[in-house]
Design a protein around this ligand. Structure first.
Ligand SMILES: [Zn+2]
Length: 103
């Protein structure tokens, strides 16, 4: 049994699930904590609820590298001009509504 490490703190459940899906597609096993799973956290709307991504220790460094790509290596994020969603610099389409990145 491997220890779980906190990989990332997502701003909300939407972002957490997006990242979880991306990491799972790369073969990582991600667990979310703070989501509406354990009754105690159930009072807050999902949109304002922070969710932590946990990963087994042995995969931590690899997953962190992947995440840093998601975060654009410190390059600029952009905001969708249609829905206002914040997107990582490596996204060409808004992940929320599919609108292409504007110039
Ligand atoms: Zn959008």
């Amino acid at each position: 049994m491997s220890a779980l490490m906190r990989l990332y703190q997502a701003a909300n459940a939407l972002e957490a699930n997006l990242l979880k899906g991306m990491l799972q597609a790369e073969g990582f096993d991600i667990q979310l904590r703070g989501e509406n799973l354990a009754g105690a956290a159930g009072e807050l709307p999902l949109s304002v609820q922070q969710v932590d991504l946990f990963i087994v220790e042995k995969d931590y460094q690899d997953a962190l590298r992947l995440l840093s790509r998601y975060e654009g290596n410190g390059k600029t994020e952009w905001f969708c001009h249609q829905c206002g969603e914040k997107n990582g610099s490596n996204f060409e389409l808004c992940w929320q509504c599919g609108q292409p990145k504007s110039e």
